[in-house]
Ligand binder design. Structure first.
Ligand code: AMP
Ligand code: GLY
Length: 422
């Protein structure tokens, strides 16, 4: 079958790499894609949020299945639009995608279904948010309810910083409409884990556990980014903990979404804090994580396209998945200055050589092709991913590949996966 993959990041390079290995695939189109995805199909110059043009293209190119990578098109109703045009699409409906698109909705679902999460209050007025935060003398987390490209969360150790954050979001409108509603919640302590599951409305299949590294600096210091590296498996999530997460978080969420008349289909990604009191939901995402997808898919042995079709057709219980027991580590190389401002157009050297190492894949994210050369075009540029017999070996091999790659201003954290080695 012809498949259209929507998106252009490192996650989409990993999805294209994996989908291209499917027996069922005839031709892969990627909109808009990047030079990495172009190795496995044809990039189509349509933005991921131009849903009307995407549907028109899919019809013309005889596409019978669409995979949507990022959250924006899902929240904007891409799956509904493809389905209305008679084309199957992988992911939640616009109503179900509110689980990520509206954090106030996510909190309601969690509250109504007794799903463990941080205590929170929702505000539509800055004056009210301010007096609430001022009345507390602990750390607070202030979140814009809408989509803010992963930048809408402020973890504030001082209430005064929390008030400033609420003012930025609600008065200065730094995220536009996405900040009309603000959630103020308690700060949770612990280690984070990313739990990704396939869900077909009824059945849940949990993928191998992984852990992201959000802050830009080593030792988890500095501002949050989209994610500077990830590894899988994540030993912090023991089997007992996983069972608890399934029972207390995933099952009630899927049930709650059914009761809410918004059955959930696609990837359900729970960002979880492992606190002393047990796992608590930090956020839900309605799509694959970036960069968690890179190490997870390196370890998936099964045919991803078949699994995605089973999810979309409501027969997830008819497929079984196989995993490579070897761990995988992904190290993100970013542009100097990211997550603040950075320069683009730097020529990247060493890509081919690094990609030739055994069990290493260099996934491209913020890259572009210029005069036949691959240059930087975004904050997170590459996700260098390696398998190894142990996490330590996967880490060593990933950095061996990282050290073969160079561009002006290139930056990476050197401590990816160290938490798993302690
Ligand atoms: P979110 O987009 O809601 O996952 O938030 C982004 C990041 O902010 C998370 O990955 C955590 O590192 C942090 N965070 C969010 N909520 C909390 C919380 N209640 N307590 C501590 N950290 C949080
Ligand atoms: N890596 C975090 C995310 O995809 O939201």
């Amino acid at each position: 079958m012809n498949v259209l993959l929507v998106g252009s990041g490192g996650r989409e390079h990993a999805l294209a790499w994996k989908l291209s290995q499917s027996k069922k695939l005839k031709k892969l189109y990627i909109a808009p894609g990047n030079p990495g995805t172009a190795q496995y199909g044809e990039n189509v110059d349509i933005s991921g949020t131009d849903i009307e043009s995407l549907v028109k293209f899919a019809k013309g190119a005889n596409v019978s299945f669409v995979v949507i990578g990022p959250e924006d098109p899902l929240v904007a109703g891409a799956v509904d639009a493809f389905e209305a045009a008679g084309i199957k699409a992988f992911g939640p409906s616009t109503k179900a995608a509110q689980l990520e698109g509206d954090k106030a909705f996510a909190k309601q679902i969690m509250r109504a279904n007794s799903i463990p999460t941080a205590e929170s209050r929702t505000f539509t007025s800055f004056v009210d948010a301010k007096s609430y935060i001022a009345s507390r003398d602990e750390a607070v987390v202030v979140k814009a309810a809408g989509l803010a490209k992963g930048k809408g969360v402020f973890v504030c150790d001082e209430p005064s910083d929390g008030i400033l954050a609420a003012e930025q979001i609600m008065v200065n409108n730094i995220f536009g409409d996405a900040g009309d509603i603000v959630i103020v919640e308690d700060k949770l302590l612990g280690q984070e884990a990313s739990i990704l599951a396939f869900v077909d409305g009824r059945s849940i299949y949990v993928m191998e556990r992984s852990q992201d590294h959000k802050p830009i600096g080593e030792g988890d210091t500095g501002p949050n980014t989209g994610g500077m590296g990830a590894y899988s498996p994540a030993p912090v999530v023991t089997d007992a903990l996983m069972e608890q997460i399934i029972k207390e978080i995933l099952v009630p969420t899927v049930d709650g979404m059914n009761r809410n008349d918004s059955p959930y289909r696609g990837i359900l990604y729970a960002g979880v804090m492992i606190t002393q009191g047990g796992p608590r939901v930090l956020e839900f995402n309605v799509r694959f994580g970036d960069p968690e997808t890179q190490p997870i898919l390196m370890r998936m042995k099964s045919d991803l396209l078949e699994v995605m079709l089973a999810v979309t057709e409501g027969r997830l219980d008819s497929v079984s998945l196989e995993w490579d027991p070897r761990p995988a580590v992904c190290v993100v190389i970013s542009s100097g200055g990211y997550p603040g401002s950075y320069e683009k157009g730097k020529v990247i050297g060493g890509l081919e050589e690094a990609g030739k190492l055994k069990d290493v894949v260099v996934f491209q994210a913020g890259t572009a092709k210029q005069d036949g050369k691959i240059v930087t075009s975004g904050g997170r540029v590459l996700g260098v991913t390696a398998l190894g017999e142990t996490i330590a070996e996967a880490k060593m091999r990933a950095y061996e590949a990282v050290d073969m790659i160079s561009f002006d201003g290139a930056y990476c954290r050197r401590d990816i996966a160290d938490k798993a080695l302690k």
